[in-house]
Write a protein that binds this ligand. Structure first.
Ligand code: NAD
Length: 223
C-alpha cells in the first residue's frame, strides 16, 4: 500500500493522469516480463515517454510510493496501479452490434489478457443471432436485460451504426450497464453515473493528417 494514500483522492484525478497510469502499468508489465525488480522514476519516465517529474506527480495523487534514491519495487507498484485502475479482477464485457467491427473485436484474443472477459454479444439482426465469434454466441437485443442481470455484464463495446447508437446506448443503460466504449462516431447521452468512453481511429488519423500537413507547410518569414 502507498504511504498516506487515500482511495477518495482517486475520484478527483485528471483523466490525463489516468491515461498515463495505464501507460505506466504497461511499462511495468514489460519490466516484470524482463525480470526487472526495481525501477527509478527516470527509467519509468523514459519508457513511458514523459518526464520523471510527471511520473512522481501522477503517483503522488495516491500517496507516497517508492524510496528516494532507490526508486520503486516493480511488482508492488504494478499491484498498486492495478488496484487504483480497478484491474484486480476481470471485468465482464459484452459487444452490442455484431457487424464487421463487433465480429473483429470478438475474434481478438487479447481482450482476456488485459483483464476483460468477453461473455456475450448482441445484435438486432435475426440472421446474426446464434452465430459464434471467438468465445461468444450472438443473442438478440431483446435478451439484453435478462442477460445483463444473469451474466453480470458490466461493460459494453458499442459497435452499432451511428443512427442506432443512442437507442442502443439507452437499452444498454436501462439493462443496468454502467460502462460503455462507444465506437460509433457520435456523442451518446447517458445519465449520471454512467461512463461513456469514445473510440475513434478516424479522428486519430485526422490528428496525424494535421501533423503531417502542418510540417509540409512552408515556414513563414517573420515580417
Ligand atoms: P456494420 O454495419 O458492419 O455492423 C453494425 C451492426 O450493428 C449490424 O450487425 C447491425 O445489425 C447491428 N445493429 C444495428 N442496430 C442495432 C441495435 N439497435 N442494437 C444492436 N445491434 C444493432 O458496421 P461496422 O462497420 O461494424 O461499424 C460499426 C460502428 O463502428 C459504426 O458506427 C462505425 O462507424 C463504427 N466504427 C468505428 C471505428 C472506430 O475507430 N471507432 C472504426 C470502424 C467503425
Amino acid at each position: 500500500m502507498p504511504r498516506g494514500g487515500t482511495r477518495g483522492a482517486a475520484r478527483d484525478i485528471p483523466s490525463a493522469t489516468v491515461g498515463r497510469l495505464i501507460t505506466y502499468l504497461r511499462v511495468l508489465n514489460g519490466l516484470v516480463a524482463r525480470g526487472v525488480a526495481r525501477v527509478s522514476s527516470d527509467l519509468l519516465a523514459e519508457e513511458a515517454q514523459v518526464s520523471a517529474f510527471q511520473v512522481r506527480k501522477d503517483l503522488a495523487y495516491f500517496g507516497t510510493f517508492g524510496t528516494r534514491g532507490t526508486g520503486y519495487t516493480v511488482s508492488s507498484l504494478r499491484t498498486e496501479l492495478k488496484r487504483i485502475l480497478g484491474l484486480t479482477r476481470p471485468w465482464r464485457v459484452a459487444i452490442v452490434g455484431m457487424g464487421r467491427l463487433g465480429q473483429a473485436l470478438a475474434d481478438y484474443p487479447g481482450l482476456s489478457e488485459y483483464d476483460f472477459e468477453l461473455v456475450a454479444a448482441f445484435d438486432v439482426d435475426e440472421r446474426k443471432v446464434g452465430a459464434r465469434y471467438g468465445s461468444v454466441t450472438v443473442s438478440h437485443m431483446s435478451e439484453l436485460d435478462v442477460a445483463v442481470a444473469d451474466m453480470a455484464i458490466e461493460m459494453v463495446l458499442l459497435t452499432v451504426p451511428v443512427e442506432a447508437a443512442q437507442a442502443a446506448a439507452d437499452a444498454v443503460v436501462r439493462a443496468g450497464v454502467r460502462g460503455i466504449l462507444n465506437f460509433a462516431p457520435t456523442v451518446v447521452s447517458v445519465p449520471e453515473g454512467v461512463k461513456v468512453e469514445p473510440v475513434d481511429f478516424l479522428a486519430a488519423l485526422k490528428r496525424v493528417s494535421y501533423f503531417l500537413h502542418e510540417r509540409a507547410l512552408p515556414v513563414r518569414e517573420a515580417s
